[in-house]
Design a protein. Structure first.
Ligand code: NOJ
Length: 752
């Protein structure tokens, strides 16, 4: 093995178009920025770098005094315009605010949670969904979204795994690019585009023990090969802003990390937008034991590369820091320049106000809901379908059972933007809408108790139970009981059992030390299974739960995650065959807690899997995930054959060209996510056993066959050497075209 190539960083994104910030008449903007900067006092400069939460009498006064550059969480065009007027009409320099909000999986039209939608592998649809989110957000006066969330995570105990892009850096980079394109549109100056924000930079998802905000200690190689690529994908796609992360990385908190914020983000990647800290993170440097007081914390953050301070007002110390010589004014000027540049590029100086008319025409439209339904359908993962129990015939009597079957709020997931539970279609409503109430029996069975601390469903507005008129729900005062559930099951042809977590049990500050179904849900499951009726388990959760019991005892398992506002309609379409499942797992599904972390792209060890005990693994569990990354069934069957490596030997500046035949050998039209993996057999560091390098969604009719082509630049097969140079190793590589990360048809090629 010889190192062939040391020069270029990976261009992971074949489809990336840079319609960025940089391209928009930048010299013109730079001169406007400089002209404005010259007029600013130190206090006004600090103001541009300060973000406060909410529109309050105090924040409005501070805006008028030029002490605020941004507000977060101001919703509604009238509210946004009132805040904006304070800046544009009543502050000395009339610099507009940039108004930000968390639009993580939709604004009012709530999409499936990101861990789910990532598994759609459908980049055009993800882009379309973020276009919808951008239109709705801007109609409500929001010009800046704190998304996409690009944290790779290998630990489902971490509650925020639900908000992220799963475990794969290549898939994560593609998703990042699609989302940035969707949010920012053709230009961030367009009235229906928002400025996107890549967060949480970086390695937040590697929190020790899966405990939120916890310390992270990982190698530079792991950082560069696994955690950074999605962020690089966002930069390549022209993202406008970044958010630094809460946690420390190898001892340095994210908000004060010069290496990640400046050496990598600015110097290596040439990012020229601005960086905002996460909520209160500058002040938290005191708790980290990294700063003595807020002034010290402010100096450390801005010097490291943070430009705007979210809500803790620590940057109000900037003038005194400059005057006392502790902070060069040039550092402050550079941060202000970055913020002003984005404001100019976003067209805020020309069009600071939201058009209130759009709130009535652009939000929660039938077209938007259609996108939400399609994405929900494509995001669910069919994990098991014994004897093809699914899809169900519409003439069957179905017992709909379980605490999540009519929980509207949980359908929306933990970070539902401005989503309202009342807008959500519950699974029960969807099923009744599909087959008629005469075919449906409903029993909640048990509730899901919130954990200590009163975690609820995660969305503000309560929703009444559905008015489907189905037997069992009219009687809302009666406590739910397992007996009712058993009675319903006994009368039905098939049971659809909705179990999982409340949405509020996932997301920020919602780590769990168990992957169990909370409360008495398994008691309910056991009682229903004892009826011997066929059971379809639909799991709604923000993380993989321990479902080994279900693989033995239920006929089918559909992982629905939290599907969003169209949950019920999407689930019903899948269950009754009006849509065919095509979603895949964006993370390896552990058998149980003790297997964590488990991820497909682990390095080879000196003792890989073998029949004897002397290998890497456990005595009491197989050495594999319960379901591998990339896995998901359809309502048909696909065969893979004739893998052909068209380029058996490639040069470092060449490309790998591979084809394979994929045939629908089942009896229904279905969509298969065809995946390309490689393995570099011998490297300067031990390489992962497989790495995803391509994928394509392929829809085939029964009997139809397609030759699927993949092309990968040799440079994108590289890795970091121990000195952190990007290298493409010569030698033999394995390649697979596969339905998931644990199978497929294989071949080899050489890099020379
Ligand atoms: C804290 C969260 O970590 C971050 O994701 C979010 O954008 C901010 N709060 C603002 O709400």
């Amino acid at each position: 093995m010889r190192v062939l190539h040391r020069f270029f960083l990976p261009s992971l994104l074949l489809l990336t178009t840079t319609f960025a910030i940089a391209q928009q008449n930048s010299s013109d903007i730079d001169s406007k920025v400089d002209a404005l900067l010259k007029q600013m006092t130190l206090e006004e400069k600090a103001g541009q770098l300060t973000q406060l939460a909410g529109k309050t009498p105090e924040s409005l006064q501070a805006i008028r005094e030029g002490k605020v550059g941004s507000l977060l969480g101001v919703l509604g065009a009238d509210n946004a315009n009132e805040a904006q007027r304070a800046a544009v009409e009543h502050s000395r320099l009339k610099i507009p605010l940039i108004l930000g909000f968390d639009v993580i999986h939709g604004y009012r039209t709530v999409f499936p949670v990101p861990i789910a939608s990532t598994g759609s592998f459908d980049m055009p649809l993800l882009e379309q969904a973020e276009r919808v989110a951008a239109k709705e957000a801007t109609a409500s006066g929001v010009k800046w979204v704190f998304a996409p969330m690009l944290d790779i995570a290998r630990d489902p105990r971490w509650g925020r795994i639900v908000e992220g892009i799963g475990e794969d850096p290549y898939l994560g980079s593609r998703v990042a690019a699609a989302k940035v394109r969707g949010f920012q549109g053709k230009s961030i100056a367009d009235p229906d585009s928002v400025v996107a924000c890549a967060k949480h930079y970086v390695a937040y998802g590697a929190a020790e023990g899966g405990r939120d905000y916890n310390t992270v200690d990982i190698s530079e190689q792991l950082l560069r090969e696994i955690y950074l690529p999605p962020f690089k994908g966002a930069v390549d796609a022209g993202i406008g802003t970044f958010m630094s992360s809460f946690q420390d990385l190898n001892g340095i908190p994210g908000v004060a990390n010069h290496h990640t914020l400046t050496d990598i983000l600015r110097d290596e990647w040439k990012f020229n937008g601005f960086v905002v800290s996460d909520w209160g993170a500058v002040h938290e440097l005191l708790a980290h034991g990294f700063a003595t007081d807020d002034a010290d914390a402010a100096a450390k953050s801005i010097k490291a590369g943070v430009d705007m301070d979210m809500v803790d007002n620590a940057f109000e110390h900037i003038p005194e820091l400059v005057r006392s010589g502790k902070l060069p004014e040039s550092v402050v000027d550079e941060a202000v320049r970055r913020v002003l540049r984005v404001k100019f590029e976003a067209g805020l100086f020309e069009h600071p106000y939201a058009d209130p008319k759009r709130e009535k025409t652009d939000i929660l439209t039938p077209e938007n809901l259609q996108v939400a339904r399609k994405l929900a359908q494509e995001s669910m993962v069919l994990l098991q379908n014994k004897s093809e129990v699914l899809p169900l015939a519409k003439t069957k009597t179905v017992a709909v059972i379980g605490p999540l079957a009519d929980d509207k709020a949980s359908q929306l997931g933990p970070w539902a933007g401005n989503g309202q539970a009342i807008d959500a279609v519950s699974p029960l409503e969807g099923i009744v809408g599909k087959i008629g109430k005469e075919h449906v029996l409903y029993a909640k069975g048990v509730g899901i108790p919130s954990f200590e601390g009163g975690l609820g469903a995660g969305v503000a507005s309560p929703a009444p139970p559905s008015a489907t008129g189905v037997k069992g729900i009219a009687n809302t005062n009666k406590p739910s009981s397992i007996d009712d559930a058993v009675a319903a099951a006994n009368k039905a042809d098939v049971v659809v059992l909705f179990l999982g977590e409340l949405a509020g049990m996932t997301g920020e500050a919602s780590s769990r030390a168990s992957l169990d179904f909370p409360g008495d849900q398994l008691k309910l499951a056991n009682a229903v299974l004892a009826t011997k009726k066929p059971v379809v388990l639909v799991v709604e959760s923000g993380r993989p739960l321990d479902i080994r019991w279900a693989t033995y005892h239920t006929q089918a398992i559909l992982q629905a995650w939290f599907p969003g506002v169209q949950a019920g309609n999407a689930i019903a379409n899948i269950l009754f065959g009006d849509a065919s499942p095509s979603g895949r797992l964006a993370i390896s599904w552990p058998r149980t807690l003790g297997e964590i972390p488990i991820y497909y792209n682990h390095r080879a060890t000196g003792r890989p899997s073998s029949p004897d005990r002397w290998h890497t693994g456990y005595l009491d569990l197989p050495n594999t995930a319960l379901f591998p990354f990339g896995f998901g069934l359809t309502y048909s069957k696909f065969s893979y054959s004739h893998l052909a490596v068209k380029t058996p030997t490639i040069a470092p500046d060449g490309s790998l060209e591979v084809t394979a035949d994929v045939e629908n050998t089942g009896s229904r039209e279905a969509t298969e996510v065809v995946q390309l993996y490689v393995h570099d057999r011998v490297g300067l560091t031990s390489r992962p056993v497989r790495e995803l390098k391509g994928f394509e969604r392929v829809t085939l009719r029964p009997g139809e066959r397609k030759t699927v082509d993949f092309s990968v630049k040799a440079n994108d097969l590289g890795s970091y050497d121990p000195q952190m140079h990007w290298v493409v190793n010569s030698g033999t590589y394995d390649v697979w075209v596969a339905p998931d990360s644990a199978s497929g048809v294989a071949g080899t090629f050489e890099v020379k």
